[in-house]
Design a protein around this ligand. Sequence first.
Ligand code: NAP
Length: 493
Amino acid sequence: MTKICVPVSGGDAKAARKMADKAISSGADLVEIRADLIKNSDIGKIRHEFSDILRKSIITLRSKSEGGASDLSVKERLDWIREAIGIEPAFVDLELDNDRRLIDESQSDKSRIIVSKHIFSNEPVEGVSKILRDCCSLGGIGKVAVKVEDVIRCTDILAKVDRDQLSNHAIMTMGPGSEISRALAASIGSQIVYCALSDNEKVASGQLLLGDQLRVNSADSIIVGLIGHPLGHTLSPAMHNAAFESIGLPGAYLTFDIPDSSQVKDFIRTASKLGVRGFNVTIPYKEVAFSSVDSIDNDARRAGAVNTIVADEKGELRGFNTDIHGFSEALRANGYNPRNKRALIVGAGGASRAAIIALWKMGAKIVIANRTPERAEELVRSMRVFIKTLSLDALEKEKPFNLLVNATPVGMSGFDNASIIPDDFIMKADAVMDMVYNPLETPLVASARKHNVKAIPGLDMLLYQGAKAFEIWTGKEAPVESMRKRLLEAMKK
Ligand code: NAP
């Protein structure tokens, strides 16, 4: 079982003890007393403050060369750590390179020694494997933390570092994209995982918060995440983590920012082999995702784009497009049935494809208008559907429409803030659907409400596509109202 450890420091030993109490009462198995970050950290003071919880404590005096703050001389460090071993905490952390003498002295009883190494260079995987093996052979636990620049290097390390026959290892990465190394700690058999009480108290980038770490600390936790670039501020983690929390399911939703499209396919394979159950895929990788899976459901095939992937029990990757379900469910939930109704979709990108398939399945009569009419023609051709396409200028003679759909980014925060569909179209419609979800009330939605026309906001589509993805990954009914509540809260931030 992976032990969850919270590093504590926060000023002096008293402040560190306060943090330790909070961590232990919140469910941490261990605290790491980061003596290098504590003022006046003599061992007497630490023993005094932590006497009753030493059996739940790791004492660490991280040196500067290993990313810490201690600059004691070799002799001072030796004396200090000898004293630390003497007060018998659960573990003392010794550095593979700096504490060789103490490591050698401890070999007769190394059960309470962690031998650790922080790797800041671009060490090849074979080198990391060798260091991990050395740490494991010299300590009760062998710990290696590797600095990485992105999630690709992180998963490469996790997948390729040789842990064969090593039952006492703890391996993790630090830096951008490292959350997955912490979320998968139990799956990859790490003995200890380090996490933080709050965002301000993280001592390494990539650490999860204690609450999240507790939720995923078993090998059968459901780890999923969003692949895209750039990811910026995405609402999906808030929505899905709320779903896991709300139904008490062990799981977490992470983000995987991958700048290079040529790495997406390998990443999906590697991460799923490591234990990631599923993915959402967003711009610009929905087409790459299409060619990265082993099987594709009918909706995704028709759309030519995959936005949700699940790794099934056999490890096969199955691709879905839940935007289509999200669109039709948003209409249904708002009490609008487009059967035999005239529907206008403005836009000819990926969002438009999802709207076309959803409306086609619901029996609407569809017309598409796009700023660049050739792109709409190409879309219809590639989807092999017979749908009238128009330029925006030619729309006038086609009105009225029952349903108006905006499938362009017009109306999005920071974009053009006029409605792309004129008021005289809106006044004559039964319903309007804006796929833009930020802001909640777009110019199109506001105009529809002003004219007492049913307005369906893009947030509903986002919510229902997310709910469908959650059901695909977990097999459980999605707690839609908890997800909506968290989405609305996240939008206010
Ligand atoms: P896309 O593939 O880039 O397509 C954008 C479309 O909008 C193109 O047809 C483009 O016309 C048109 N367009 C862009 N700027 C325009 C302007 N100033 N005036 C007129 N037309 C303009 O984007 P997408 O993936 O389809 O996404 C479109 C919108 O839907 C985005 O805001 C996205 O966030 C939203 N969306 C929402 C959900 C949801 O769950 N609510 C799901 C998917 C997408 P040209 O062909 O002439 O360039």
